[in-house]
Design a protein around this ligand. Structure first.
Ligand SMILES: Cc1cc2nc3c(=O)[nH]c(=O)nc-3n(C[C@H](O)[C@H](O)[C@H](O)COP(=O)(O)OP(=O)(O)OC[C@H]3O[C@@H](n4cnc5c(N)ncnc54)[C@H](O)[C@@H]3O)c2cc1C
Length: 463
């Protein structure tokens, strides 16, 4: 970035513009563990400052990278071509909660759990619950269309975004969508921006849909001998016409991984576990728990544990919540994918993953949102053995091919970013890529916003 650009940015942001090596380093990473240094970072406090920075970037041709908490798993906020990181840390206000219209208006840097807590004070519910919600931001969730445990019943971030205010890559400010329960005027630009990974517009404000808070919740942990029984039970619960608010599967590799670091009181023959949660009015929770338990037993559960109070439910969640921390202890490098297959293809995909791990002599830990057919596939490697690395990379590609062949998608919630860019065309095809590039040009003609993401190609912007 040229000296004159830095001077102009200092005029816009004052001491909220930083370009010391220390400050740049703090914004060089995300949850992928990869690092790319930005040229500078700035902390806008409102949409006007975002607009001025993006207009300047268009004039001077430097990249602008929107950033929330940096918890993305696909490298979305990494400044791969340098440029200016615009952090939403200072745009973190819940502007209003409207119980009459079931709406919230928020700035993009609001931490997801903060919004959930604010809504709860009005007995309202913002359902999206990515496991990163204690630190991830609404802006990052919107850009990645984040999901979570409750997506099986309540859907993902996209389903709660009614309208947005954003500064496009061109530097123009736009308001999209509605503040009403429905609306169909024109193309759905809100949906274009949701999941666009910070490449089309910088979200400066969001109008979000809220629901009444469910009155009660019940949880079941079912233990099975193998993946096949557990994944068939997922289909069995859906066929029983029950929609749980969470349905999480943990295969033997995930259970073994947790066993290495935490004492688990599970029968020796446990080869797979399924955690199912239902919520709603107490009588419907009670009858749904009965129905789910019947289905779990019918598909071969060796044991089903049940809890409806807070501490009891927390005990049942322990296995699921321990997986991510335990993964960090079993191997230094994790190739973390989040494929989705049609629910009916889940048994085939789970069997395929076990066979692939054995054939390629790899540790592949699988768990995730089974109710959505969304499996978090983690290929665990040392990072120092080049043959193992080659087998792991080839396994990831094989998994993506199998996923697409089964009618699935290579990312359910983490986005493409830089991690899945090499496989993007495999799923969307050449015409899909071409149409998306034309859309990108309409929003961001000079390729200013978050270059080097989603597809493999030299961007219009170079350093
Ligand atoms: C421990 C852990 C658990 C996770 N669990 C889940 C999970 O259960 N479900 C799930 O879906 N994801 C999960 N994730 C990944 C998830 O994508 C992120 O946590 C979250 O959506 C990113 O939010 P962030 O604020 O950290 O965004 P960042 O990582 O900072 O950015 C992510 C993307 O959003 C863009 N962006 C950020 N703010 C804006 C804005 N205002 N306007 C436009 N673009 C913007 C960035 O440019 C980037 O492309 C997890 C991550 C971690 C580390």
């Amino acid at each position: 970035m040229e000296a004159t650009s830095r001077t102009c940015l200092k005029d816009i942001f004052g001491d909220r513009f930083k370009d010391s090596p220390e400050d740049r380093l703090c914004y060089a990473y995300d949850a992928t563990g990869k690092e790319f240094l930005p040229d500078a970072v700035a902390y806008p406090v409102d949409a006007e400052e975002v607009r001025q920075a993006i207009l300047l970037a268009n004039e001077r041709r430097f990249p602008v990278i929107p950033r929330g908490a940096g918890s993305g798993f696909s490298g979305g906020c990494l400044p791969v071509r340098g440029g200016l990181v615009l952090s939403t840390e200072r745009m973190n206000r819940v502007l209003s909660i409207d119980p009459a219209n079931l709406l919230a208006v928020v700035e993009p840097g609001v931490v997801t759990e903060t919004l959930k807590e604010e809504a709860r004070r009005f007995s309202l519910f913002y359902p999206p619950d990515p496991a990163s919600m204690k630190f991830g931001t609404i802006g990052g969730n919107i850009a990645e269309c984040a999901g979570g445990m409750s997506a099986v019943k309540y859907g993902v971030t996209r389903d709660y975004v009614l309208g947005l205010e954003a500064v496009l890559g061109s530097g123009e400010m736009i308001r999209t969508g509605v503040s009403t329960a429905k609306g169909v005027v024109g193309y759905d630009l809100t949906r274009m921006l949701v999941g666009s990974e910070g490449t089309l517009g910088f979200v400066t404000r969001a109008t979000l849909r809220l629901l009444p808070l469910p009155e009660s919740t019940g949880t079941l942990l079912a233990l099975f001998r193998d993946n096949g029984e557990a994944s068939r039970a997922v289909a069995g619960i859906v066929e029983a016409r029950i929609t749980p608010s969470a349905m999480e599967l943990m295969d033997r590799s995930a259970i073994d991984c947790v066993r290495r670091v935490v004492a688990l009181d599970l029968p020796e023959e446990t080869g797979c576990a399924l955690l199912v949660e239902v919520d709603g009015a107490p009588p419907s929770v009670a009858s749904e728990l009965e129905g789910v338990e019947m289905a779990l037993r019918a598909y071969g559960a060796i044991e089903v544990r049940r809890a409806t109070d807070g501490p009891g439910r927390e005990r049942l969640w322990k296995l699921r919540r321990s997986i991510s921390p335990a993964l960090r202890k079993i191997a230094p490098v994790k190739l973390n994918e989040d494929i989705v297959v049609p629910r009916s293809a889940l048994p085939e995909m789970m069997a395929f993953l076990s066979e692939l791990a054995a054939r390629e002599r790899l540790t592949i830990v699988n768990f995730g949102h089974a109710g959505d057919g969304n499996i978090h596939v983690n290929v665990m490697i040392s990072g120092t053995d080049s043959d193992e690395r080659r087998r792991a990379d080839a396994a990831v590609e094989t998994i993506f091919r199998k996923t697409v062949d089964l009618g699935g998608t290579i990312s359910g919630e983490h986005g493409v970013g830089i991690s899945k860019a090499p496989f993007f065309e495999m799923e969307v095809g050449p015409l899909g890529v071409s149409v998306m590039k034309r859309l990108k040009a309409a929003f961001d003609p000079n390729g200013i916003l978050n270059p080097g993401k989603i597809w493999l190609e030299e961007s219009a912007v170079t350093r």
